[in-house]
Design a protein around this ligand. Sequence first.
Ligand SMILES: [Zn+2]
Length: 318
Amino acid sequence: MEHAAFTAGIPKVELHLHLEGALEPDLERELARRNGVDPARGTAVEVLVTRADFHDLAAACFRRLAAQDVRHAEVSFDAQVHLARGVAFEDVVLGLHDAAAQARRDLGLSVGLVLSLVRDLPLESAEAALEAATGFREEIMGVGLGSGARDDAPAAFAPLLARARAAGFALSAHGDPARGDAPGHLRRLLEDVGVDRLDHGTDVAGDPRLLALVLERGTGLTCSPLSNAAATGDSRAPVIADLLRRGVKVAVGSGRPARSGGYATENVVALTREADLTFDEIIRLQRNAIEISWAGEQVREEFLAELDAFEVLVAPDL
Ligand SMILES: [Zn+2]
């Protein structure tokens, strides 16, 4: 069996996907028409205005994920950029939540929503978004730190992340590769904030103390080779594979798939091609992903049972 066919068919978990970065050009054009927005002006997110628009964005993304045999997804949204345009927080969250409920019912895809705090907007806007999110604890599973870059982000956002933790949200944070004082950022996120997961976070590979810490805690890393390649020209596939082989809980996600050339399958295929992953390692990525996910017990058990069945089914062909 080819690795690409194996990767296409394996049941998957997606833990690093920014919904605004999954706005594909055809839907962007349709929403621009619907809302009378000139797509040539401004940024793509300006076409998202109503609760129905956010629903349609998420629903289109969830159909793509289901078509790639993703069974559980934790997807981020950037509330602050929408609040700044006068969109109501509840229209964003409830539109996305409507689509998540439909995906569960119609596609067999379990979805958790993650509020992503935007690093390069004023801290006050992140505070307002987090405050609004506390009114939607049923709909929002976790809080992340991402989108945009700011060199003092871990220190500046630590109190807000602590507040999110106290409100009962699970926590992830971006540790962008090779940016500024990357090891210093990761140390703050791991030691001071105590995040559950790092998005990217591959720079732990260059710091023995951080590597020991993520191994000891079982901290998950959601890596995206295609996003890395789109952002910096370097997929960092060898270091992602090396961390996986050292026993770090590495999973592969998509980041901003409409901008970086692929969703879950394409990212794993790229990593496999560049770093010669074995079939066992491709399976390990999905086991890690469900393990570091925030899914409930039933979703975990169903996923692991399906993964086991997949292994048995394809074993004779390997
Ligand atoms: Zn990201």
